[in-house]
Design a protein around this ligand. Structure first.
Ligand code: BGP
Length: 474
């Protein structure tokens, strides 16, 4: 890839910021049925919209109407890139229509045009926890291979609508949390495939099918993107967590390798030109059957990724013999005594970023972009209206330092750093606004008060300076 400057910027996702959930022909998306939760109380996944409940995606931070103002603020910080996602249910409200909703397409064309006007490179994710509910109810979500065709049809619409405007595409966000061997919480299988873990009949079989079909959809989308425009660069984003051994007991070291690796089989499939043999044998041994089509092998061979997107927040400690911790929270289990945790229990581990960058790059030798990293924290607006978020500055600074070491000292090919939620938005796991990531504060509170005005935090100026000081690492 020809790149002269490092892509500093941020990442946002449609359902967490746009709002306007039922405007301009948008259909019902899976996250439109999920209420606000807290750290202690999981978000409720509803069948219908219940009166009196708070569904944060319905209003988000109103990016749908304020994107010009928000993009101007990103430009002021000096952003070189912004990762956005397209909400599938804006383009195909039910998912299986013959033609797209023109107003949905126009909205994303307008957002991309606005980014380009400010010389901000758009990086577009096609699936970030956003799927029309109709596809789940009518077709059984990704258990049904027909959904692959609907997804490809949607991708084709967007590749054509944004041809020549968007160079970097991402097929999926974090499908790697689907692993048939791991017990999952309801919200995790739901955000990825619109299905609650506890509702699944044959859990391992269903998750294996979903995961296979999504992986196949990704490689097919890569090939399609190249057919439509050979200059398209296509990646997939994974949320990766190194699982460290408790100590140097060889069994614990082995456990840590296996635990870290368990979310890599889809990356193997997307980078190595075939669905991994070890996974197929594992399925076979467990009586899991995949319906593998005659053309699938060729699709894996043809649709290898151009780059890997890395979402990194935390490391964890691998399970060990005698471990009695229940892995309930996202990075649950044993806490690492060498690390501090965020208020939401995520261990803060900048070195883990360097570790996982090395691991990824040595394994696939593909360019990497950090597509998410950041600190969810409670911000206080001072009497003078300022927000002194030194903890956020410290978090990002330390992670950037480790990223720089990975690039400069370990020779990892990393072409960008996109901080998660550069403007406060709705938390994916808890649905809260209180869990803020942004350099820009949004006046929206969990009791639904606030006038949505935007405010620069202390970290805004800090990130602006960082970007101006480090145009490249070469
Ligand atoms: C990632 C998701 C994002 C984002 C982030 C932070 O896994 O890709 O959508 O939300 O996690 O998580 P949370 O918002 O729950 O703090």
């Amino acid at each position: 890839m020809e790149r002269n400057e490092f892509l500093w910027g941020g990442s946002i996702a449609a359902h967490q910021c746009e709002g306007a959930w039922d405007q301009d022909g948008k259909g019902l998306g899976i996250m439109d049925l999920v209420t606000k939760g807290t750290y202690e109380t999981p978000r409720e996944i509803c069948q219908t919209i219940k009166p009196g409940k708070d569904y944060p995606s319905h209003t988000g931070i109103d990016f749908y109407h304020r994107y010009k103002e928000d993009i101007a603020l990103f430009a002021e910080m000096g952003f070189k890139a912004l990762r956005i996602s397209i909400d599938w249910s804006r383009i195909y409200p039910k998912g299986d229509e013959a033609s797209p909703n023109p107003l949905g397409v126009q909205f994303y064309q307008a957002v991309v045009a606005e980014l380009l006007k400010h010389n901000i490179e758009p990086i577009v994710t096609l699936y970030h926890f956003e799927m029309p509910v109709h596809l789940v109810r009518e077709y059984g979500s990704w258990t049904n291979p027909k959904v692959i065709d609907f997804y490809l049809n949607y991708c084709k619409t967007m590749f054509e609508a944004l041809k020549g405007q968007v160079r970097y595409w991402v097929t999926f966000n974090e499908m790697n949390h689907i692993d048939p061997q791991t017990e999952a919480s309801d919200i995790f299988t739901y955000i990825i495939a619109g299905l609650k873990y506890s509702d699944l009949q044959d859990k391992k079989q269903t998750l294996a099918t979903i995961s296979y079909n999504m992986t196949l959809a990704s490689v097919k989308a890569v090939a399609l993107a190249r057919e439509i425009d050979p200059s398209n660069q296509v990646g997939c984003v994974f949320g990766l967590t190194p699982a460290y051994p408790l100590n140097c007991d060889p069994q614990n070291v082995l456990n840590s390798l296996k635990e870290t690796d368990r979310e890599f089989y889809q990356i193997d499939a997307m980078c190595m030109g075939k669905f991994p043999e070890y996974k197929l044998r594992e399925y076979q041994a467990q009586g899991i059957k995949l319906e593998i089509g005659a053309e699938d092998a060729a699709a894996f061979e043809k649709g290898k990724l151009d780059f890997i997107g890395l979402n990194y927040y935390s490391s964890s400690v691998a399970r060990y013999e005698g471990d009695d911790q229940e892995e309930e929270t996202l990075f649950g289990g044993t806490q690492n005594p060498y690390l501090e945790q965020s208020k939401w229990g995520w261990a803060i581990d900048p070195t883990g970023l360097r570790y996982i960058m090395n691991y990824l790059y040595r394994r696939y030798a593909l360019p990497i972009i950090i597509t998410e990293n950041g600190l969810g924290a409670v911000d206080q607006v001072e009497a003078d209206g300022t927000i002194q978020d030194d903890y956020r500055i410290e978090y990002v600074q330390k992670h950037v330092e480790q990223m720089e070491k990975a690039i400069v000292e370990d020779y990892v090919d990393c072409f960008g750093y996109l901080m998660w939620g550069p403007i406060d938005l709705v938390s994916a796991t808890t649905g809260e606004m209180k869990k803020r990531y942004g350099f820009i504060y949004v006046d929206k509170q969990d009791d639904q008060t606030g006038d949505l005005t935007r405010k620069r935090k202390k970290s805004f100026t800090w990130y602006q300076e960082l970007i101006s000081q480090k145009p490249t690492f070469k």
